[in-house]
Design a protein around this ligand. Structure first.
Ligand SMILES: Nc1ncnc2c1ncn2[C@@H]1O[C@H](COP(=O)(O)OP(=O)(O)OP(=O)(O)O)[C@@H](O)[C@H]1O
Ligand SMILES: O=C(O)[C@H](O)COP(=O)(O)O
Length: 399
């Protein structure tokens, strides 16, 4: 790896370390409903605290557009961070200026302080040099542990690394190492599964993947667009008919690159989009005109599983069917279980990401068996699209 990590941070007792974390977590009625992101950054915070640093957390929460918004205060999140760390977490009502400086002056070695939402200032998203300078005034060192915000070139995700000695936190490090194994320098054959609702949100991703992987499995609603582009009647299925040409060009690019495109051979169809709806398995060329495909069928599961059995690396984004409503979760669960068992056997590196994908793997109860499950949404997609991530690139360049 070409970036510095916490291993390079020795002798930091008493140093003020600004740590960018992602605390953009779901909240309902003032309570954090999913603490995964907090759990992921806890090891970095603990390690720095144990080394005697004054740990100063920087984070955004929501999209307040550059001014304070009460229900986007990080004060709401502080108790959850405190609980997970099992350590007092102090809070300052601003991330720059006197309030931040005053709170930092009170810190003892090893203490943890959370600063208010960086996006309460317009300078954050603009990466404004004056705002970066004001943030940098609070620290001696900078650690970025927020891979999931690394697609943003903001003051706290990118700007600070120009001002302070910069290091990757443990989660950032783990994520980059996993992603490197996934697409950067993977063991071949590499299979990618892309599912989910629509082609339109994943065109860049599909175009990038066909250049990098040996087989691209297309499932979920987006498969219908590819099938329709081949002249298959998809009945009432979700389908973006206007993207037929795009779908054909992706298949042509795959052919040129030697990437196999794996489309469903059969589908589970229903007449209603609801749990327990009457359903049947049909050949993909025999979808009834009044029905919609809500999952891929058993033959398709077998074909995908066969690819996974031959693969050394799997990259997955997007479920194979409407997994939220049973029984249309079957293919996603079966393929997830197969990938998990190959991973457990040490035969497969499996990397997955995307909000619904993580939910689907949790539903299949195999998320812990995958080599790496990314908590990043947009950043994971941009990485799969082959786009540069400013928050990562600057860490690689950092002195
Ligand atoms: N055949 C289908 N017909 C209709 N909807 C489908 C079908 N297959 C999958 N879906 C829907 O696709 C959605 C997930 O797609 P999405 O592209 O959002 O996944 P993701 O990339 O993992 O998640 P996120 O966008 O949150 O990062 C699910 O809500 C699922 O019900
Ligand atoms: O939740 C996320 O994906 C990250 O925290 C980035 O948030 P953003 O999309 O508001 O920049």
């Amino acid at each position: 790896m070409t970036f510095k990590t916490l291993d390079d941070l020795t002798d930091i007792a008493g140093k003020r370390v600004l740590v960018r974390v992602d605390l953009n977590v779901p909240v309902k009625d003032g309570q954090v409903t999913d603490t995964t992101r907090i759990e992921r950054v806890a090891p970095t915070i603990r390690e720095l605290s144990e080394k005697g640093a004054k740990v100063i957390l920087l984070a955004h929460f929501g999209r307040p557009k550059g001014e304070p918004v009460e229900d986007m205060s990080l004060k709401t999140i502080a108790p959850a961070v405190e609980e997970i760390l099992d350590q007092r977490v102090y809070f300052a009502a601003d991330c720059i200026g006197d309030k931040a400086a005053g709170a930092i002056a009170e810190l003892n070695d090893g203490d943890v302080l959370l600063l208010e939402n960086t996006r309460f200032h317009k300078g954050e998203e603009k990466n404004d040099p004056a705002f970066v300078t004001a943030l940098a005034a609070n620290g001696d060192l900078y650690v970025n542990d927020a891979f999931s915000a690394a697609h943003r070139a903001h003051a706290s995700t990118e700007g600070l690394a120009h001002h302070l000695p910069a290091y990757a936190g443990r989660t950032m490090q783990a994520e980059l190492e996993a992603l490197e194994k996934g697409l950067g320098n993977p063991k071949r054959p590499v299979v990618a599964i892309v599912g989910g609702a629509k082609v339109s949100t994943k065109i860049d991703l599909l175009q990038n993947l066909v250049k990098k992987v040996d087989a691209l499995v297309i499932g979920g609603g987006m498969a219908n667009t590819f099938l329709a582009a081949q002249g298959i009647d998809v009945g009432k299925s979700l389908c973006e008919h206007d993207l037929a040409e795009t779908a054909r060009s992706i298949v042509a690019a795959a052919d040129a690159a030697g990437c196999a495109i794996v489309l469903p051979e059969d589908g589970v169809v229903a007449r209603e989009f609801k749990a327990g709806a009457d359903n049947e398995v049909v050949d993909i060329k025999a979808i009834p005109a009044d029905a919609m495909v809500l999952d891929v069928g058993p033959k398709s599961v077998a074909a995908v599983s066969d690819w996974i059995s031959r693969a050394e690396t799997l990259v997955w984004n997007g479920p194979l069917g409407a997994f939220e409503i049973a029984p249309f979760d079957r293919a996603t669960v079966a393929v997830a279980e197969h990938a998990a068992s190959r991973t457990r056997a040490g035969a497969l590196v499996s990397v997955a990401g995307g909000g619904d994908t993580v939910a689907a793997l949790n539903h299949a109860e195999v998320a812990d068996d995958f080599s790496y499950v990314s908590t990043a949404g947009g950043a994971f997609l941009e990485w799969m699209e082959g786009k540069p991530l400013p928050g990562v690139d600057i860490l690689r360049q950092a002195k």
